[in-house]
Ligand binder design. Structure first.
Ligand code: FRU
Length: 437
């Protein structure tokens, strides 16, 4: 099955991107996948590949439960290449109490998590029966981390060894555990860090350098207490990190990864040219046509401009929306991009979705094009944008992404039943581009 632009669930359910990597001439995105219904359940890793970050092909299921340790799910993780092979790292989950009404769910949070790996020779074959290996058993000491809530290994090559960061929880606070390995198989705890004020458990940590800065992406649970939608939110921040001691200092200041507050569990890798590139899961409040639920945002760069982390759409993606058209009705099935400048007091309406600028901020309202079941927020806003405000809005049937000043801020939203009318209330002009067919 082929898709252009966004990666969408091939059917049923997907969540986090996993094992995002450029390997053997292809971009690989694995993803958390429940193949039996459009809702979360026993986790598998689905697999999609692309030559250019624009055209994607779903390759079916890569990882699935086969061991006692991952009997109830292959949770999130990452990939690295070593000596031509693809090394996948993930969290194996075993339920100690199963919901008798739905064996895909655990009761009373009674499950154990361990860290596992599987080596694939070619990125096409994944020997789930013979090639899995447990590398970090369920934690025994609650002062280090939670036996249940420790997961999502992100592995990278440091200057002298391999490193792994895990999200965990201890004493009602989220934390990170760092491990070091010489050979990708034997892992030793090398450091840990925490910080109050960021919720009780940190999911999907990702650490890397870009533009000479050290950056942490993570998804704290129980962080947003505004009662208007999910409490779990992806954030990013500049950090201090010392490799030798694996010590990290996390500041109080943070940015949201995306101000639409629908994106979650981001993961980054290096693209073919060595540029830091990120994708994330778009949480969707309900299934589309009762068939599929969950998609990924467009691949984005990660840049630091004056101490601010920016997420511009990836240049290959921007390039793909190259055919100029005069109305949304002429756009390809896969969507279109609108480019415009917005002054204070001006607005643009896109098929029922509203974007406007006021007091220097960009505001959005999707209440006409989204189910209101309490699972997501209807309105969003950016912090104040000081300079001029150039918008690139990528519109797909079920997702809108607004890039403000080339990624200074981004607002991404799930939408349903979008119309095709585009109306600008303002003085400027807007341009529309779609894919070359
Ligand atoms: C984040 C997350 C991860 C976990 C996975 C399970 O959305 O909860 O922490 O590994 O999803 O599907």
């Amino acid at each position: 099955m082929r898709q252009r632009g966004h990666i969408k669930a091939p059917e049923n359910w997907i969540n986090d991107p996993n094992g995002f990597i450029f390997y053997n001439g292809y971009y690989h995105v694995f993803y958390q996948h429940f193949p039996y219904a459009p809702r979360w359940g026993t986790m598998h890793w689905g697999h999609a590949v692309s030559k250019d970050l624009v055209h994607w092909e779903h390759k079916g299921i890569a990882l699935y439960p086969t061991k006692y340790a991952d009997q109830n799910g292959c949770f999130s993780g990452s990939a690295v290449e070593h000596e031509g092979k693809l090394y996948l790292y993930y969290t194996g989950v075993h339920y100690q109490e199963i919901d008798p009404e739905n064996i895909h769910k655990c009761l009373n949070d009674r499950f154990e998590s361990c860290q596992m790996m599987l080596v694939s020779e070619d990125g096409e074959h994944f020997d789930n029966l013979d090639k899995k290996r447990m590398i970090i058993p369920p934690l025994a000491d609650p002062r280090i981390g939670n036996r249940t809530h420790t997961r999502d290994p992100k592995v990278w090559r440091g200057s002298d060894a391999w490193y792994m960061v895990l999200g965990s929880s201890s004493q009602e606070q989220g934390k990170l555990l760092f491990y070091r390995s010489e050979d990708l198989k034997e892992w030793k705890l090398a450091g840990q860090t925490t910080r109050p004020g960021y919720g009780w458990m940190w999911e999907c940590p990702d650490y890397f350098e870009a533009d000479g800065e050290k950056i942490l992406l993570f998804s704290p649970m129980g962080f947003m207490k505004d009662g208007r939608g999910s409490e779990d939110m992806a954030v990013c921040t500049l950090v201090d990190f010392e490799e030798e001691t694996c010590s990290m200092r996390i500041p109080d200041e943070y940015q949201f990864l995306d101000y639409g507050l629908d994106l979650y569990a981001p993961q980054s890798t290096l693209d073919e040219q060595g540029r830091r590139t990120m994708i994330a899961w778009l949480r969707m409040p309900e299934a589309v046509d009762g068939k599929w639920r969950g998609m990924m945002c467009l691949p984005r760069g990660v840049e630091v401009r004056n101490g601010h982390i920016c997420f511009p759409v990836h240049p290959e993606v921007q390039k793909a929306y190259s055919r100029k058209i005069s109305s949304a009705a002429e756009a390809s099935e896969d969507g279109y991009r609108i480019s415009l400048e917005l002054q204070d007091g001006e607005a643009v309406h896109i098929g029922g979705y509203r974007i406007w600028r006021e007091d220097g901020r960009i505001y959005t309202d999707r209440s006409l094009v989204c189910v209101q079941n309490g699972k997501c927020r209807m309105q969003a806003e950016t912090p104040e944008v000081k300079e001029d405000c150039q918008l690139d809005v990528y519109v797909d049937k079920n997702m809108i992404e607004i890039y403000v000043n080339n990624g200074e801020y981004v607002i991404s939203h799930a939408v349903y039943g979008l119309g095709s009318e585009i109306r600008l209330e303002g003085t400027g002009t807007l341009e529309i581009y779609t894919f070359e067919d």
